[in-house]
Design a protein around this ligand. Structure first.
Ligand code: NAD
Ligand code: UD1
Length: 312
């Protein structure tokens, strides 16, 4: 049994990770400011410290624990996950997304008298920006289009510092578009699948940004969290980064049609302006991920969408 801190643990991906850690018999505590996360996403009994991940004292306190028991590692997921929100609130999201990550690495180097603890953190496919070399391998050039993508790239650069200068083992995961139960269907800053699924299920119209032919590589959340726990078990030197993707493209238009079909509802689709800073095509190459961990993201989109609709 190990003890872990999960930052952003009350959020969508964090809650699935915690479910997996508890099932494996691990002990978990959470640092979350509840800006988008909710207590209800977690089972009873998981200790939640409400605080800002960019507040160095809060992160240190969360790592040392109220009972004085430190942690064996940290899963760092706390961030403002919305690209659109990073456009509206540039500096505020930068504090959470980049300063927050540095605060986590900095606390990890002193968290344990026995030495630095590993940090497994969420990066994003947004680091590739408008790179047209599809499918994107981890060696593809990074050209972020958004403040969000720029800060996630900054997290990866600071992970190299954490590893090379401070001896903090890290692994970064460039999640492509993650979906599944507990992704908030009511927030305009949520992912497209939860927004469309929620609106279609309620009989409301959906708005497609631009012509709807932009393409994404959608990952089912339960496939993703397996990599995070596997990486914690085998920390590697050199601050590696991995795509988490399927390599399969789906357009926003097609997604809307499949969701309407699966929910047995008519599709009321309206077209609005394209979103500034929106990436046109995002498809990942999963080769490095599959080679390193021996498993692929294999939940078919329709199965994952069915599970998402069933949760609503
Ligand atoms: P989410 O909004 O559900 O979860 C983020 C959590 O972080 C929430 O619980 C929120 O309350 C918390 N948080 C935000 N700012 C904080 C702060 N300053 N201090 C403490 N807690 C804070 O989003 P998610 O989809 O679960 O995203 C989790 C991570 O994965 C994020 O780092 C996000 O950037 C990354 N990511 C998500 C996707 C995706 O498609 N959902 C893709 C790539 C990367
Ligand atoms: C998403 C994640 C981001 C992650 C990135 C990795 C969320 C909120 N964002 O960003 O954290 O780093 O993937 O690839 O999970 N769209 C519509 N109508 C809507 C909502 C969205 O047409 O009502 C379109 C968007 O313009 C975009 C596509 O759907 O073209 C996907 O949007 P979104 O779910 O917000 O994801 P990304 O911006 O790709």
């Amino acid at each position: 049994m190990a003890r872990y801190l999960v930052t952003g643990g009350c959020g969508f991906i964090g809650s699935h990770l915690i479910e997996r850690l508890l099932a494996a018999g691990d002990e978990v505590r959470v640092l979350d400011d509840l800006s988008t996360g909710k207590h209800e996403n977690l089972p009873d009994g998981v200790p939640v410290m409400v605080g800002d991940v960019a507040d160095a004292d809060a992160v240190r306190a969360a790592m040392s624990g109220e009972d004085g028991k430190g942690v064996d590692g940290c899963f760092h997921l706390a961030a403002v996950a919305s690209v659109d929100r990073s456009r509206e609130a540039w500096l505020e999201t930068h504090h959470a997304n980049l300063s927050g990550t540095i605060a986590v690495f900095d606390a990890a180097r002193r968290a344990n008298p026995a030495g630095p603890i590993p940090v497994i953190y969420a990066s994003s496919a947004a680091v590739y920006g408008d790179n047209p070399d599809m499918p994107l391998s981890e060696d593809a050039a990074t050209r972020p289009l958004s403040a969000y993508g720029a800060d996630k790239l900054g997290c990866e650069l600071h992970a190299r510092v954490a590893d090379g200068v401070h001896g903090v083992p890290t692994a970064g995961f460039r999640f492509f578009n993650v979906y599944g139960p507990r992704q908030d269907p009511k927030s305009p800053y949520s992912g497209v699948i939860s927004i469309f699924a929620g609106r279609i299920a309620r009989g409301e119209p959906i708005t497609v940004n631009g012509d709807g032919e932009q393409v994404r590589d959608f990952i089912f959340v339960k496939d993703l969290v397996r990599y995070l726990t596997a990486a914690m078990g085998h920390p590697q030197p050199g601050a590696p980064v991995y795509n988490v993707c399927t390599g399969r493209p789906t357009s926003v238009n097609r997604l809307a049609e499949v969701l309407a079909e699966l929910s047995g509802r008519p599709l009321d689709r309206r077209y609005g302006p394209a979103r500034p800073g929106d990436i046109r095509v995002s498809i990942g190459d999963p080769t490095r991920l599959v080679t390193a961990f021996g498993m692929s993201c294999d939940t078919p989109l329709e199965d994952g969408l069915r599970q998402t609709l069933a949760w609503l």
